[in-house]
Design a protein around this ligand. Structure first.
Ligand code: NAI
Length: 314
């Protein structure tokens, strides 16, 4: 192999080359982080229909990060460590990668079809991980070969990957502890992540607890007639939460994400789970989504909306 260890199983090698499949919001951001660690990173997406350039999606994602979010690459040259490609022409390059991260659309069928192709292309023993937020590990690997299941885990990054230090990792009952240890050590030492092992439960830890307090804060603020500023003055820095506070964080994350995460939790949790009491639809949030006030990415969010509204949460 290229690092002079031909014949050794990938398991015993360092992680020197990484592949990220799916060049969307998360995949591109993750690839940039790996490149910032000085690691060559293959970034693959689908071939866009009718495009002249078959790797246009990955190339566009890198260009967009460089232009719109210059902080994504710690040095300009790091962008060149990200090698764009597509899953039709470049899959064989996975054989030279030491960690394959899947960050494609949140659809079980799409992910599973891709895993079969990854498994055929990767070197045996190479860890493969999914960035899924909501699909249980047991569902992702169902029907896939034992060898694949041994090297498979979930690595759940947070948006944006360059600011969010948390990495949740989920190993299945069949996951080889060596694959888990190898990926965790790399994420800790090279990516600077705080690696938290989680059980394969709905929302893992962060989305479960995070959704709970965001949702509870909005409901309580409405009930108490607090302004967003009043609520955030407390539920921000003083509580050790991000300086944006609860409402600022919702604006940052995007309000449209809330019903999505809620829906997946609602479906996944047992009917008698106490969480359901907080997982109710908030008419104000639904109205804001409907009218395009989804937060910073939309026309505005709690802050801009409320400036025109006298500072009240309703
Ligand atoms: P996105 O929609 O921005 O990007 C998905 C990309 O996957 C698109 O570029 C699409 O063309 C590509 N794709 C679809 N099928 C493919 C295939 N078969 N092979 C290669 N590429 C394919 O999605 P986003 O937000 O980046 O999410 C990706 C994954 O990360 C999902 O599993 C999501 O649940 C998870 N996630 C998302 C977070 C977020 O805040 N957006 C946070 C943490 C996890």
């Amino acid at each position: 192999s290229e690092n002079g260890q031909a014949g050794k199983p990938a398991k015993t090698r360092d992680i020197r080359k990484v592949a990220v499949i799916g060049a969307g919001v998360m995949g591109a951001g993750i690839a940039a982080q790996v490149a910032n660690a000085g690691i060559e990173t293959l970034l693959l997406d689908i071939v866009p229909e009718g495009a002249d350039d078959r790797s246009a999606i990955a190339k566009g994602a890198i260009a967009k990060l460089e232009k719109a979010e210059p902080a994504a690459f710690m040095a300009k040259r790091n962008a060149r460590l990200v090698v764009p490609g597509n899953i039709e022409d470049d899959l064989e390059k996975l054989a030279a990668c030491d960690w394959i991260i899947e960050a494609v659309v949140e659809r079980l069928d799409v992910k599973q079809a891709l895993y079969a192709r990854i498994d055929a292309a990767r070197a045996p023993g190479t860890p493969v991980s999914s960035n899924t937020s909501t699909i249980p590990l047991g569902d992702l690997t169902r029907g896939l070969p034992d060898g694949f299941r041994r090297d498979f885990l979930i690595t759940h990054f947070f948006n944006p990957p360059r600011y969010m230090r948390l990495l949740e990792v989920v190993a299945g009952p069949e996951t080889d502890p060596a694959s888990l240890a190898r990926v965790s050590a790399f994420a800790d030492l090279k990516l600077g992540k705080t690696v938290v092992p989680c059980k394969d439960t709905p929302g893992f830890i962060a989305n479960r607890l995070g959704t709970y307090w965001l949702q509870a804060a909005v409901i309580e603020a409405l009930d108490l007639g607090l302004s967003v500023e009043e609520a955030d003055a407390v539920m921000g820095r003083p509580f050790g939460f991000p300086k944006t506070g609860v409402f600022g964080l919702l604006d940052l994350v995007g309000l449209d994400l809330m019903p999505h995460v809620q829906g997946s939790l609602k479906r996944a949790l047992p009917a008698d789970d106490p969480f359901h009491a907080v997982l109710r639809d908030v008419p104000l949030i639904e109205e804001m989504i409907r009218t395009g006030y989804t937060g910073r990415k939309g026309k505005g969010g709690f802050y801009r909306l409320n400036r025109a509204d006298g500072g009240k949460v309703k």
